[in-house]
Design a protein around this ligand. Structure first.
Ligand SMILES: [Zn+2]
Length: 570
């Protein structure tokens, strides 16, 4: 990006600008309908095109980029009534996209009170009180994330502590670990838990000296209550999705590849987009374990709905578990658990049959594989399926690709299989990865540089809500392999780090490429969708430590400003 050719490229574009201005836009072949309806000018615009062009301005018509070049050129392309946004030197990059996340999961999690970081139980009960004030009588209030170790008084609360603030609404607040919860009297009543209720198998109902339940529940006893919390209605889900989209836009995201959606969720998306209610792009991968997979395959992929806002591009499968739980499938024993090599969660022959069916039906496949054994299994299946026929020519994906046997690293590029990776998983896991797999296997752990050197392109994701939605944290993790505390010094296995440009490309062009959308998205080029992320600092020239502090000034989708910070100069 920072090459001398940039200036030259800009000057070439100046010439093109005058051509467009005189002859109208190249997309429609001239005439007033080609005039730009929005112009973003006076910016530092990293286009991410093959030449690494840095431009000053972008002009937009019909949701697509009509012109990229100088401010004068873009303003000259503006039609009557065009919106003009003076960027005053702000940095613009292609709209950021999270290539692996769970948008609905994130949206639904927001229905619960977020109790992480609370400093006292009083703070928690105040949050419950304000929620009760908004809720109709009887509606469940749920929350998660409290940790009594953070409170001034470190004792577990009791239902008598919450009942006064919520006498008419059942309340269930889950501890940060998920293995304990506090329920109020209404919630215990709804679950039929009283002094005569025995402890369920694998769970415990805490009781006071008189034998009455205190409201504190452990493990399976939490499930007794959780099972009676009504699931969200379609309308509730829609509202949560709309507000989750606002969060994502404010984080600079223009879209997400959503892994593992159900038919119900696909239906909700269609309704939201048809009503124009979700200004956020979703590229969806259907849940490969769903019972109605066959009918979805028979119907074929849904290429582009609502002007490219939504597509059903592929199918998501699971190969193994997770490294944290020691259920990722490894070729050799876990270093800290002799005799355990993890779990292949889908029988390889069954997985092959399903992947083959997707391949033949024109669906891209995205398979979760974390351990080196699972990755090899999935590569073997893809190799076999690809050898049987080209299908629709789709590149299939491995989601996570965390621990690879060195001999498998080159197979990704050789087979045209995409390693879809989440940079913050690396920085979350790095404190304990060496314990799990031993020093000897670290060479293939989160091996971004090795994969790129072998010819792969790595789309970047976060797996939110597992990690933060903030793509700048992903870019920071990719570039530093350090925690936000700047540790370890020099980065964890720093030889695998990415450059800032590579990390940005992972969340833009390579994300688009991984979903077969690079012709339409991922860079700021004439004819592509006008999705932009506008930043208050020059990300490409930033000190890595400063990246998490960069602020999103605006997020633009199809040429429209869908998020704007107060500090925006326009
Ligand atoms: Zn995931």
């Amino acid at each position: 990006m920072r090459r001398g050719i940039a200036a030259l490229a800009v000057s070439v574009l100046v010439v093109s600008a005058s051509v467009y201005a005189v002859g109208g836009g190249p997309m429609t072949g001239g005439g007033p309908e080609a005039a730009a309806t929005a112009v973003f000018y006076n910016g530092r615009i990293y286009t991410m095109d093959v030449d690494g062009t840095v431009a000053e301005a972008v002009a937009v018509a019909d949701g697509r980029i009509l012109y990229v070049g100088t401010s004068d050129g873009a303003l000259a392309a503006a039609g009557p009534g065009a919106e003009r946004f003076d960027l005053r030197g702000l940095t613009v990059i292609p709209g950021l996209v999270d290539a692996h996340a769970h948008f609905v999961g994130y949206a639904v999690s927001r229905a619960a009170l977020d109790l992480r970081g609370t400093g006292s139980f009083e703070e928690v009960s105040e949050m419950v009180r304000s929620e009760v004030a908004l809720a109709h009588r009887g509606r469940w209030i749920t929350g998660r994330g409290w940790d009594q170790n953070d409170w001034d008084r470190k004792a577990f609360p009791r239902r008598s502590d919450i009942d006064p603030v919520s006498p008419g609404n059942p309340v269930l607040l889950t501890r940060v670990c998920g293995h304990a919860a506090i329920a109020n009297s209404k919630a215990l009543e709804a679950a039929g838990i009283g002094r005569d209720t025995p402890d369920p198998e694998g769970g415990k109902i805490e009781r006071d000296q008189a034998g009455e339940p205190t409201g504190i529940l452990f493990d399976e006893a939490v499930s007794l209550v959780r099972d009676v919390v009504p699931s969200l209605t379609r309308e509730e889900k829609k509202k949560l999705m709309i507000s989750a989209a606002q969060d994502c836009l404010a984080a600079g995201l223009t879209g997400t590849h959503e892994m593992g959606i159900s038919s119900e969720t696909a239906g909700i998306y269609r309704e939201l987009y048809e009503a124009g209610e979700l200004p956020f792009r979703i590229t969806a991968y259907f849940d490969g374990d769903a019972e109605d997979l066959d009918s979805v395959l028979a119907a074929g992929p849904a290429g582009s709905i609502a002007g490219g806002m939504f597509s059903l591009a592929g199918v998501k499968f699971y190969g193994d578990g997770s490294l944290g739980a020691r259920s990722a499938a490894m070729l050799e024993d876990y270093s800290d658990d002799p005799g355990n090599r993890g779990i292949i969660v889908t029988d390889p022959e069954v997985l092959y049959e399903r992947i083959s069916a997707c391949h033949r039906s024109g669906f891209q496949v995205a398979t979760h594989a974390i351990g080196d054994r699972a990755n090899r299994m999935v590569l073997d299946i893809y190799e076999r399926v690809l050898a049987e026929g080209p299908g629709a020519g789709l590149r299939h994906r491995v989601e996570h690709a965390q621990i690879l046997s060195p001999v498998d690293i080159g197979r990704f590029a050789a087979l045209g299989v995409i390693p879809s990776m989440q940079f913050t998983h690396c920085t979350s896991d790095m404190p304990w990865v060496a314990d799990r797999i031993g020093e000897g296997r670290l060479a293939g752990a989160y091996a971004w540089r090795s994969l790129i050197s072998a010819g792969s392109r790595i789309p970047g994701g976060s797996d939110y809500p597992v990690e933060s939605i903030d793509p700048l944290l992903g870019i920071y993790a990719a570039v530093t392999r350090q925690g936000l505390d700047g540790l370890p010094e020099g980065g964890w296995m720093p030889e695998q780090r990415l450059t800032i440009e590579e990390a940005v490309r992972a969340f833009t062009l390579d994300a688009a490429w991984a979903a077969g959308q690079a012709g339409d998205r991922g860079s700021i080029e004439k004819g592509k969708m006008a999705d932009l992320t506008i930043l208050d600092a020059d990300l490409m020239e930033a000190e890595p430590a400063d990246i998490p502090g960069i602020e999103i000034v605006a997020t633009v989708i199809a040429g429209r400003i869908e998020f704007k910070a107060e500090k925006a100069p326009f």
